[in-house]
Each structure stands twice: as C-alpha cells, then as structure tokens.
Design a binder for this molecule. Structure first.
Ligand code: FE2
Length: 412
C-alpha cells in the first residue's frame, strides 16, 4: 500500500479486515476522532495565532498514541524554510532539533512536512523505520519514540500557509479515516488562521480610525478655541469670558451626570457662544456707559448672528442652535425668539446660567465685578423664573465643592 517513497496512498486501504485488525482500526479512528473534536473545540476558543496553534496541538497530542503535533509556516525565503510556529506533546523537543523545508531540491524538503505543502495533499509516513523519505530524521525520531506521522497542508488565502504534522508512537497509525480527519482539521486550522488574520486587520483599521477621530476631534477643539481667541482680541474686556463660561458650563453638566461626549460638545458651544459679537462694532462692545436702545438691539443680534456663522459647520451636535438660544429665558423674556421653558434646549439653559454667573462675577466695561457671592444670589433669585432651577442647583453644588466655582471664575 506504500507509494514509492514509502508513504501511504490513503485511498488504497483494504476493506475487509480480520477481527483483530478491525479492533485496531476502530481504535485508531476513535483516537483520531477525539483529536479532531478536541482540536476543533480549541479552534473555536482561540483568539490569537499562538493560542490557536498551542491549544489545537495540545488537544491532538493528548489523544491515544499521538505524541507530537506541530504547525509550521511555509516561508518564501531562498531555502523555502518551514518555520515551526508551535506544537505540543511529549516529543516536543524533537521539533526543536529538526530542520525542515518545502524545497524539492533539499533533503529536508522530502519529509511529510515539505511534501504535503508542495503537493497540497496529506502525506503519511507509515513507519519511520522503513520510509525512505524519512531517512533524514530517522535517528532522531527513534530517540523520541516516533514511528509514524502525517503531514497535512494548511491553506492560506491564495497560497500555502504551511502544514500540520502529527506523530504517533505506533507504526501505521494513520489509515484512510484518520487521513480524512486530519486533513479536515488542517483545513479548519487554515480557516481559523484566516479569520484571526481578518480580525487583526479589522482591529487595526478600527484602531487607526479611532486615532484619526481623536485627531479630528482635537483639531476641531483647537479651531474652536482659535475662533474664540480671534473674537476676543476685538473685545479685551470679555477676553477669557467664553473660556470661563465653557469651564463653568461643563462643570455644571458633569454635576448633572452627563458623560464625556455631550460635555465636550457643550464645551465647544460655550467656547463660541458669543461669536456673533464679531458683527457688533467694538466701540459698542467696549462702551463704558449705558447703551442706547439701538445699540442694545445690535448687541442682542449676536445670538442670531452666532447661529448664522455656525449653522453650516457639520458639527456632530446642534451647536449653532444652542448658541442661538443662550439668551433665551424660561419666562419668554429672552431673545432672539422669546422661547419659554422646555422650548429652550437644556444645553442653552446651562449656557445661560454659566454666562450669568461669569458675567456678574467678573469685570465689565460698564461696571466693576460684583463678585461670585452676588452672582450666585442673582441666579438663585432667577431660578425657576428666568433660569432652569435644576441647573442653578447644580451650580450651587459646585459652589459647595471646595471652591470649584471660585477657581473656574479666576481662570484666564
Ligand atoms: Fe451672549
């Protein structure tokens, strides 16, 4: 039944066997079936190439007479080396001491490993003592009690990946049924490796995308801050105003239990909430005396102008709308629309409280700073009338939190 090279032609096994041979055949099949089922279970669990190989080989090499299983990778180097990726079994040291290749012209390429890759079919060594193709490893195999072996090719996406080698301490351990089982297992290993590869590529792409998104988000934040600074050059009295409002607003949002993403969105809106003031003449913005009705109307236009400036920027959040509403008040006395209660979005209600605190607590061209205490008294008196009472409560919690609000007001 052997081929010329001493390896088995798996399709030539006799059909009618005496009873004792039948028992051996059934035993061999049971060992192979156990190895197959244990190894496929291990395949399903494996999350990395190393783990896959280790677990599959361990599953095989603990069954019946199998004393070694290893997986090799067919390298495309000059010598067509087969690199051992991992293995398991009592004869594992054998693998460390052998040189194998899939080169046709090298003796190291004529064993079951090299031949199965080259010929893309299972190769069986029925008896290592007799197989001519195994002569290069015979001596060493004897030392590790190896008597028979099978090499099955593992396919890559469009080229051979490598091979699965299984060794037995018994001669003739790999009959037709065992060959079919180990061949199927090698195919499954190939699919498993490809799926891990795909997962790694996918993970890599996701990671790169996350980095790009982070960079974009940082860039957006930096642009927003640059816009805020540009605007404030025209109006030194309110320099830092937007930044402080942003810090207070986000601290309030956190007190309200918001998570990071909406907090960051609110930060950006706060950083440009007065951007519409670019359209207001700077002599009006910095006028130390009371504004005329017309001048006041021009200043109030900044909410709508801010919306017009921001509305076409594709922010992931409706920042332009929040900016437009930051002077709206609960009782409808605000501008530009005179919205009431819940008609005003929560983000704008937070901006309103933060803006009021900051404006009152700090210096203005037309009046000195009134201080934080006065500002907090003011927002308390306006809670439920002009300002959202829950937002005001959150601001007071900040006040109680070891001077958090004082620090935010003092920041430049
Ligand atoms: Fe404003």
């Amino acid at each position: 039944m052997n081929n010329q090279d001493g390896s088995l032609n798996p399709l030539s096994e006799p059909g009618n066997l005496p009873e004792s041979e039948m028992v051996v055949k059934l035993k061999k099949r049971d060992w192979a079936l156990s190895a197959f089922s244990e190894a496929t279970a291990a395949l399903a669990r494996a999350e990395s190439l190393d783990l896959l190989i280790k677990e599959v080989c361990s599953a095989i090499a603990t069954q019946g007479p199998y004393i070694l299983a290893w997986v090799g990778k067919a390298e495309n180097d000059l010598n067509k080396t087969i690199r051992v990726l991992g293995g398991a079994g009592s004869a594992i040291d054998y693998v460390d001491n052998i040189a194998v290749s899939w080169s046709e012209t090298n003796i190291t390429g004529n064993g079951p490993a090299g031949s199965c890759i080259r010929e893309n079919k299972p190769i069986v060594v029925i008896d290592s003592e007799l197989d001519d193709g195994f002569v290069a490893w015979r001596e060493l195999a004897r030392k590790y009690s190896i008597r028979s072996a099978i090499g099955c090719p593992i396919q890559g996406v469009d080229q051979p990946f490598g091979c699965l080698l299984v060794y037995s301490k018994l001669p003739n351990a790999f009959g037709l049924e065992e060959v079919v089982l180990f061949q199927s297992l090698a195919k499954e290993i190939g699919f498993g490796l490809q799926s891990i590869d795909r997962q790694h590529i996918l993970d890599d792409q996701i990671h790169k995308k996350e980095i790009a998104q982070e960079q974009l988000s940082d860039a957006l934040k930096a642009i927003i801050e640059a816009m805020a600074r540009t605007m404030e050059w025209r109006d030194p009295y309110t320099a830092g105003h937007q930044k402080r409002v942003a810090l207070i607003a986000t601290a309030i949002a956190r007190k309200l239990g918001w998570n990071n993403e909406p907090v960051q969105a609110l930060y950006m809106a706060a950083m440009v909430h007065d951007i519409g003031k670019v359209a207001v003449p700077s002599e009006i913005l910095t006028k130390p005396t009371r504004l005329s009705d017309l001048e006041m109307k021009m200043v109030q236009e900044h909410a709508e102008t801010g919306y017009q400036i921001l509305k076409d920027i594709p922010f992931p959040w409706p920042i332009a709308e929040w900016v437009r509403q930051h002077h709206e008040r609960l009782d409808g006395s605000g501008y530009p629309w005179g919205l009431k209660g819940d008609q005003i979005c929560l983000e704008a209600r937070i901006l309103a409280v933060a803006d009021t605190i900051e404006a009152m607590a700090t210096h203005r061209p037309y009046r000195a700073a009134r201080g934080l205490i006065t500002a907090m008294q003011e927002i308390r008196s306006e809670a439920g009338l002009l300002l959202d009472p829950q937002v005001v409560d959150a601001a007071f919690q900040l006040m109680d939190a070891e001077g958090t609000l004082e620090q935010l007001i003092a920041s430049k």
